[in-house]
Ligand binder design. Sequence first.
Ligand code: FAD
Length: 427
Amino acid sequence: MNKPASKPDLDSIVLDKPMFDPKAYRLDDEQAGLIAKARELAQANFAGRAAKWDTEATFPLENYKDLHKAGLLGISIPKANGGSGAGYQTYSLAAAEIGRYCGATALTWNMHVCSTLWSGPLADDLDMDDQMRAEQHRRRAIHYKRIVEDGAIYSQPFSEGGAAAAGGVAFGTEAKPVKGGWIVNGKKIFASLSGFADYYGVLCTEVAEGEKASRRNTLYLAISAKSEGVSVVGDWDPLGMRGTVSRTLIFKDVFVPEDAALMPRGVYFQAAMRWPHMFLTLSPTYVGLAQASYDFTVKYLRGEIPGMPPVKRRMYPTKQIAVAQMQIKLEQLKSIWFQAVTEACANPSKEQVLRAYAAQYTVMEGANELAALAIRTCGGQAMLKTLPLERIYRDSRCGALMLPWTAELCLDRIGREALYEAGEKDE
Ligand SMILES: Cc1cc2nc3c(=O)[nH]c(=O)nc-3n(C[C@H](O)[C@H](O)[C@H](O)COP(=O)(O)OP(=O)(O)OC[C@H]3O[C@@H](n4cnc5c(N)ncnc54)[C@H](O)[C@@H]3O)c2cc1C
């Protein structure tokens, strides 16, 4: 069951308008309600705390308590399991609203929600025989109950520092099948929520004695942070997204029971092949950051930033042109992205896949370009650390680096897949 919504202090603030107006974007009332809930909570509670997580590079645990109370930890958990049953588009729009006020919360919430979105509505689109599907439903119910009832937090540590997270080779983290489960050994870098997630949703390769590692045998296991042999090492002092606390995770002879599987054998590989939009889910955070840069600039030039002298700068033609350029860029970014998240499905057409890469590229590069334009337009006082813009600038720089769809890899894929049909070679 969803917990009653927490009550953000809505009386003391003027609520921002939604980034995607429900009427203009043809969202139904249920979607609009969930997205509004995320926006109101983030504006009322997360915006004011964001500087703290950034300065201290600490995890926004307080925000997670609010997300649990508001029922948003289970946003994409099916209603039958006590969640809100949000599909891909609704989740993405809600995440963008959170990213508008706290990038680190939105990015880590993405890791958490994807554990449920991928094992839930996305997995429902994939091929499984009846027995396998029944087993999948039984297992995921265990995970969903923990989230909905206990507020358990899940993360997604995939990256290893080699070619695996880009989809090139099998994950080096290996799961050896043993009676009742697996023994897992390996290392994950940039593991957001390290030390704070209750379960690490690890991608690893199942390798039986004498077998060779294959991407087809990728397993998606939710490993309890309390398991013997799990440790968090290294420090975390990056340029941006500091509240994600993406330290290194080590798994040393960790026993993982069968029920830890978030997807049955072979299903993650099938998802990666047939549901490519699963890798677009890091983008909503950065759509929110793009909107935040624009919102800040308009407020700043109108002399409406709280705590700043009410000096207006909007009368200068150069400022007006800069805002016009930002608005055009923001609209372009939101339009392609909205289309891409709206059409996410199993077995998309080639055109839809190319558009998804283009949307990811446009958002991840565009968010930082908008932040840079905002700083140039607003001027020196706007980048002081007492204001959010310089944090937005640093946070937005991180988007293009996220594997497997980094900005470089999107270009790489668009060029290759536009020029070659599957299996085509030059000689
Ligand atoms: C704030 C933050 C939070 C993160 N959180 C998580 C998380 O929770 N879970 C997680 O799994 N990862 C996470 N990551 C990691 C992220 O997805 C990347 O894995 C990481 O940034 C890769 O860094 P790298 O230097 O090892 O990349 P490398 O693999 O060294 O690649 C460097 C660059 O080369 C390019 N490149 C890579 N492979 C190829 C190729 N085959 N062909 C052409 N070009 C290529 C890419 O553009 C890439 O950016 C996070 C990263 C950041 C910045």
